[in-house]
Design a protein around this ligand. Structure first.
Ligand SMILES: *Cc1c(COP(=O)(O)O)cnc(C)c1O
Length: 405
């Protein structure tokens, strides 16, 4: 187990996949050999320069990396404090950070000889990224998606189908992301030999939280270099939105051992934290429990039943959070804030008007807190927010909420 106050915040997880008391691998007995196989295969791939070289090549020529680090001058002037930079991961192929992780996992699947790929998706962004990579490599792709989300996110369902994926609407439970993930795990247990489960966030049983984090660390590693080039020093603070926590941990992790860097994660407060079923802030309003193969903070009632998260953003309404964030919160290295639907909508509109960038509703939550934080900082404070997705997928939802614009 990691110590409460380790010498490094970057050394986790331990051999059993724990970050302090969080993480681990709570899976059915039939899955255990697969999870151990995956861990071994990932360790071998990570040590193989050819694997890394292929991933780097794809990042450059297929994804479009490095994504720019952009000085948001008019936002900066508007808030009148910190100098605000956006890490432009919304410019990636398929419109979000998801592809960074998916390509790493798909290359790994092929090394392992698996030709059938399954995935879960909520808003559909991870499903689209997975369908994309499977099309590129000629792999079978099955995406589990809650039936409610299939209705709500029709454009992404069409995208996945265009790309040749099979989308399976999940009818159990509340028919959203949590249920889709349950169904994907069930499929994996049934098709152990042929199938690779491509998880979309830094959650699930070990080694997924570590593996997804490693793939997303390209974000923070680029920011370090780009900020040195732009300002000659490290940033003073980092801000990112949290669903399961993959884009956030990818930005944060390379900076965890730099004590001068303040780090803020932003959860979705939906209608407000006072409403038990009205938000998706697992750290602010949850308690430790086990779901989807790991121990972490979860939204649940007094009987331990998992609650349905709510957020205006379908990418943030997961009732859990990656285990590394649970640990970083408890040891105090990262501060976790939350933004309501309304705050995110205001920030969304502000960003459109001031910067000519239509953000996804997820990073709009981060942006809402950037405004508050930046206003309290001096003008030489360097703040970086991860613009982890573009808003094309959200414009109809936003138009509806704003009354047809
Ligand atoms: C999926 C998604 C998220 C939430 O996932 P994380 O794992 O928390 O990053 C946030 N933003 C966008 C744009 C997404 O597509």
């Amino acid at each position: 187990m990691l110590q409460d106050h380790p010498n490094s915040f970057r050394s986790g997880p331990d051999d059993t996949g724990h970050f302090g008391m969080f993480g681990g691998r709570f899976v059915a007995e039939t899955l255990m050999p697969l999870v151990l196989d995956l861990e071994k295969a990932y360790a071998a791939a990570k040590a193989d320069p050819a694997y890394q070289a292929e991933l780097d090549h794809l990042a450059t020529h297929y994804v479009g990396r490095p994504s720019p680090l952009y000085y948001a001058q008019r936002m900066t002037e508007h808030f009148g404090g910190a100098k605000i930079y956006f890490k432009r991961d919304e410019l990636n192929h398929t419109g979000a950070h998801k592809i960074n992780n998916v390509l790493g996992q798909i290359l790994l699947a092929m090394r392992m000889g698996k030709k059938r790929i399954i995935a879960e998706t909520g808003a559909g962004q991870h499903g689209v990224a997975t369908a994309t990579a499977c099309a590129k490599y000629g792999l079978e792709c099955i995406v589990y998606m809650g039936a409610v989300d299939v209705e709500r996110q029709a454009p992404n369902v069409f995208r996945m189908k265009m790309l040749g994926a099979t989308v399976v609407p999940v009818q159990s439970g509340a028919r959203t992301l949590k249920d889709a993930m349950n169904e994907a795990l069930r499929d994996w247990v049934t098709n152990v030999d042929s199938t690779f489960y491509c998880i979309g966030t830094a959650a699930g049983p070990h080694p997924y939280p570590m593996m997804v984090r490693d793939f997303q660390c390209v974000i923070g590693n680029e920011v370090r270099e780009q900020m040195m080039a732009a300002e000659g020093r490290l940033p003073d603070s980092l801000v990112a939105a949290i669903g399961g926590g993959s884009n956030a941990i990818g930005l944060f992790h390379p900076f965890l051992d730099d004590p001068s860097v303040e780090i803020f994660g932003v959860e979705a407060a939906g209608h407000g934290l006072a409403e038990p079923n009205g938000h998706a802030a697992s750290l602010a309003g949850g308690k430790p429990g086990v779901l989807h193969g790991n121990r972490t903070y979860l939204l649940m009632d007094d009987d331990g039943q998992i609650l349905e998260g709510h957020s205006i953003s379908a990418g943030l309404d997961y009732p859990g959070i990656g285990p590394e964030h649970a640990w970083l919160r408890d040891v105090g290295r990262v501060k976790y804030l939350s933004a309501t639907d309304k705050e995110a909508l205001d920030a969304f509109q502000l960003c459109c008007r001031l910067e000519g960038i239509i953000p996804a509703l997820e990073p709009a939550h981060a942006l809402a807190k950037v405004g508050e934080l930046a206003a309290q900082k001096p003008k030489d404070h360097l703040m970086v927010m991860n613009m982890c997705g573009r808003g094309d997928k959200d414009i109809f939802n936003v138009a509806e909420v704003l009354g047809g614009m």
